[in-house]
Design a protein around this ligand. Structure first.
Ligand code: NDP
Length: 248
């Protein structure tokens, strides 16, 4: 248990797999109340049941982050059920890599909708409550690809650069309300992220690279816990981590 994580109400988008799921497990074990959001209701409901059976506090709220009303409802449910929201972890995202010339316009739209607009909807849903509480913590997930750009990753990188830009603006704007902001940029972590790359040659190449070096999702969960666990007057604004073996 951690004193500064215990009893905090933490809303996590993208909690049905990978980084979000690992973070839910880690924070619940530290005594946080976790509110789990994703589209795959069976996954988050199963996870909530498992956490509750282990003596933790959890609730699943099926949510598509591209729908602003659903994200608003997610935070409303968290506040109705647990009286407050301490942390909003805007983690849901996807990375269907492909060179621009392949014109995967539908995938560009989806990345913009989930990776940028989904994060903004999370901010919009949590901010009014955090302002009223005069406390809170918004954690947005960028990437090493929010710092560097590779061929084949232009649109994904653009969305993750955007997450860093909007997080920095948010950081400066919410100072008067005692709200903390963190942007976390992971390197290669083994999750389901590569399963949604539709171009098979790109998927294989990425799997070959990531498979050799990726670390487990608990790395990310520990980074989130570190940022939350700092005293209230410490605002951890940026965390960038890579597997030790990752060069780029
Ligand atoms: P996963 O594919 O394992 O998890 C992605 C999560 O996002 C799932 O829970 C998925 O849930 C959710 N999601 C996708 N679309 C939506 C939607 N429309 N509404 C709600 N939830 C949605 O990948 P990761 O855990 O790796 O990804 C988490 C975040 O980490 C992403 O933002 C990713 O860009 C970022 N990241 C990951 C890195 C890595 O190496 N793994 C490196 C750098 C950043 P569901 O399908 O059930 O809706």
């Amino acid at each position: 248990m951690s004193q500064r994580i215990e009893n905090k109400v933490v809303v996590i988008t993208g909690a049905s797999s990978g980084l979000g799921e690992a973070t839910a497990r880690h924070l619940a074990a530290q005594g946080a109340t976790v509110v789990l959001a994703a589209r795959r209701a069976d996954r988050i409901e199963g996870l909530a049941k498992e956490l509750i059976a282990a003596g933790h506090k959890a609730k699943a709220v099926p949510t598509d982050v591209t729908d602003q009303d659903q994200v608003k409802n997610l935070v409303e449910v968290a506040v109705q059920e647990f009286d407050r929201i301490d942390v909003m972890l805007n983690n849901a995202g996807l990375m269907p890599l492909a060179p621009l010339e392949r014109l995967k316009v539908d995938e560009w739209d989806r990345m913009i909708d989930v990776n940028i607009k989904g994060v903004l909807y999370g901010v919009a849903a949590a901010l009014p409550y955090m302002k009223a509480q005069r406390s809170g913590h918004i954690i947005n997930v960028s990437s090493v690809y929010g710092h560097v750009v590779d061929p084949g990753a232009a649109v994904y990188c653009a969305t993750k650069f955007a997450v860093r830009a909007l997080s920095e603006g948010l950081r400066k704007e919410v100072k008067p309300y005692n709200i903390r902001t963190t942007v976390i940029s992971p390197g290669a972590v083994s999750t389901e992220l590569l399963e949604h790359i539709s171009e098979k040659d790109i998927q294989q190449g990425t799997k070959d690279f990531v498979g050799k070096i990726a670390v487990g999702p608990d790395t990310f969960a520990r980074a989130v816990a570190f940022a939350i666990n700092e005293p209230d007057d410490v605002d951890i604004n940026e965390i960038l981590f890579r597997p030790t073996a990752q060069l780029v």
